[in-house]
Structures are given as C-alpha cells and as structure tokens.
Design a protein around this ligand. Sequence first.
Ligand SMILES: *Cc1c(COP(=O)(O)O)cnc(C)c1O
Length: 387
Amino acid sequence: MSAAGRHFLQIPGPTNTPDRVLRAMAAPTIDHRGPRFAQLTAEILEGLRPVFGTTEPVVVYPASGTGAWEAALVNTLSPGDRVLCFETGHFAGLWREMAIRLGLEADVVPGDWRHGVDPAQVTDRLAADPGHTVKAVLVVHNETSTGVTSRIPEIRAAIDAAGHPALLMVDTVSSLASIEYRHDDWGVDVTVAGSQKGLMLPPGLSFNAISAKARDASRTARLARSFWDWQPIIEANRNGLFPYTPATHLLYGLREALAMLTEEGLPQVWARHQRHAEATRLAVRRWGLEVLCRDEREFSGSLTAVVVPDGHDADKIRATVLERWNMSLGGGLGRLAGRVFRIGHLGDFNDLMLAGTLSGVQMGLIAAGVPADPSGITAALERLQRP
Ligand SMILES: *Cc1c(COP(=O)(O)O)cnc(C)c1O
C-alpha cells in the first residue's frame, strides 16, 4: 500500500476531524481560571444546548463516552435500584454491565441485535411494576454495533402509557449531531454523548444533558460519586470555571465544531446523514448483500452494518480494504464478529467521500471473492445525483 493521499477513516467513530477543528486546536494553552477561559466556557455551554435540544444544563467531562454513562447512573441512582435495559447490541450490553458493577439490578429485555427497543415491551415491563421499583430505563439511541436506531419519542410515550415515573436515560454517543434528537421535546432525563462521532472532534470529551427531574433525583441518589458529580461542575460553570483542569484544546475544537454545525443548520446535518445512509443501503442491496437492521423505521443515519454471506469473513474483507485501498471500516462487535462489517458515514462527510468509501467497499468485496454486483456503486451514485 502506498502512503500517498489520505487515509479513509470510515469506522463509525472516531470520525474524520475537519481541518477547521484541527486548526482551532493548534493554539496556545490559556489560563483555565482566567477571563478568556470563562468566555470560552460560556460560549460552549450556550452552543451545546441547541445541539442536544435542551434549555437545561449540559455537563462536559474530560472523558470518553463510557465516563458519561457512569455519570448518568451515579448521579441519579442508589445501590440496589432496578434499571430496565434492552439487548439491542454491544453498547447496550456494556452499559448494562456497568450498571451491575456499580451495584444496580438490571432487568434485561432480550433482543436479536437487528431491532431497536420495542415500545410495546417498555409499556409491558413497566406496567408489570406497580410498585415503581424500576428507577430508570436505559436506551441506546443509535446502536453503533448494529446500525439500528431506536425510536425515542415512542419509547417516551410507552413509559407515559404505563404511568411509570422511571427516569429515561438515552445514549446518543453515535447519534448526536447526525440523527435527529431532542432532549427536552422527547422528555429525556439524562442524555449521554461523546465528542468523537457526530461532533467531529477527537476522542476525549463526553456529555450529560440533564432534565430537572434528573437533577431532583440527584439530590437523594446514594451511589458513590465524586469526579462525576454534576453539582460542583454546574456551580463552577456558572462562573466559567471547572472544578478541575479542563481539556482546553478539545474545548477549542468543540467551539469550532459547534460553529460548523450552526452554519450548516442541524436539520440540514440530519438530512445529510439520512441521504448518505440511503445511498449506502442502495449500494448494499444492489451488491446482493443484506443490511443488518430489519426495520426500515430504525435504519441508522450514521452507519450501516452489512451482513457478509456465509462462507466469507467480514474481517478478511476489511483487512483487504485497508491493505489495498487504505480505508478503515468497522468490524463486527461481540456476537457479530466476522459476520458483519460497518460503514461509518457520519460526522464531517460529503457525497464524494461516500462515493470513495463505497468504491473501496465494492473493490474490497470483489477482491475478497464475495459475489457482489459491481453496479452497487452506480445505485449509490444515482441517489447522490439527486439532492
Ligand atoms: C462509541 C460509543 C460508546 C462508547 O464511547 P467511548 O467514547 O468509547 O467510551 C458508547 N455508546 C455508543 C452508542 C457508542 O457508539
């Protein structure tokens, strides 16, 4: 493989960091207790709210998304509390395991990793809990391991239909700023997000958007918390400060990424992702392959997981694409290892990047001996021809 040209990073996160963001980060460190920093904090906290669709506080952590998962749980729950989880994929499973390690009891609704959360199951499970012992419902909005997006408004309605007071916590690590999301309007209590996917930043920041109800719960929650505690952060933020040294350069990058999202407009950002996802699915089907997601209401805008025909190894195809065309694709996680590969089409991404990505996938399939119809790329281009 020649090192000329650029690498195609088409995994579903971390995503490509735009040059504008990289340049914004190439700046001197400033005093994190000085007036310039206070200005930066204020701008960022203001700019984040519309991205989450909230008027409530957003807490920023110098941590990966996993840290924000922990923050959501330890701020609101007490030892032995029950949480309702769904077996939608690898990330839902990791969050559930974390809940158990933290001393919570996790009820699991089984799933086949090809569907999102079924709202009817939410109502059934909660209606069967008249004593309200379930304290939170944990949902991964976009399952990055499967390319399936759960329908949050319907899940909210399902909780309400059961008349149940459980908190709704939603992981948007691979959907925020790429798939439509509205923290306030959809009645979400804690939204978990990360920097390195739709927000187009390098890894290293994560977020909690917090409803008034979740903040109330945090006043009596008894799981041990210190670094993750919302309260001291929200208080310090009022004066433009953090209770510890913040990740200054990632915050420079975040300010620039927020500016880019504002310039494009969030509805346009969401539509761009949908359109690229649609073109990708057209190519996959024309190749004669299967999209993992089974329900068209749940197709992901940020990535597509492709099922590889029996007798072929998805990881060999990925290795071929990397070796010959210098492109990284996502592998199958957990039980999907070797059976699927994942095409990331989120973040700083446009039509010709998608065309290049799908060309690489098509050549990789053919090189690996997968019988793929080479007009797959044409099917995608026909879609991209139209706005
Ligand atoms: C990437 C991802 C995570 C994990 O985030 P880290 O930054 O790797 O800790 C959690 N949930 C989802 C849905 C993800 O896509």
